[in-house]
Design a protein around this ligand. Structure first.
Ligand SMILES: Cc1ncccc1N[C@@H](C)c1ccc2c(c1)OCCO2
Length: 119
């Protein structure tokens, strides 16, 4: 029993619609040390202006819920939601802020992992 995760590709017939890849990628996003601002929905009552500025809120727990409820058709629809997390972060937070920097680090981590898995 090895702990190493097998990198899945579309060739894997058991990886229907890339959902195994989605589960793998989401687990890594959730476990990342810079994930803390993105783990739960932004409480718009606690964050002035958020509801007005951010039209489509998204966070990792909502993505987890959607994945569990089989709401992602394929890898592409999953990627759209993950990128929404980072786009919302860049729209609302200064680049030079704790949350802004965490967002940039999470986005580059995700892009790196995603392109690695694509190969
Ligand atoms: C991703 C994001 N963008 C803009 C605002 C907030 C957040 N994240 C929330 C969870 C959040 C992150 C950090 C917090 C916080 C809430 O409320 C209190 C202090 O620190």
């Amino acid at each position: 029993v090895s702990g190493a995760k097998k990198a899945k590709t579309d060739k894997d017939d058991n990886n229907t619609n890339g959902l195994a890849t989605c589960r793998m990628l989401l687990a890594e996003l959730e476990a990342h040390q810079d994930a803390w601002p993105f783990l739960t929905p932004v409480n718009h009552k606690a964050v002035p202006g958020y509801r007005k500025v951010i039209k489509k809120p998204m966070d990792f727990s909502t993505i987890r819920e959607k994945l569990t409820n089989n709401q992602y058709l394929n890898l592409e629809t999953f990627i759209v939601d993950v990128n929404l997390v980072f786009e919302n972060c860049e729209r609302f937070n200064e680049d030079d802020s704790e949350i802004g920097r965490a967002g940039h680090r999470m986005r580059s981590f995700f892009d790196k992992r995603w392109t690695e898995l694509l190969k």
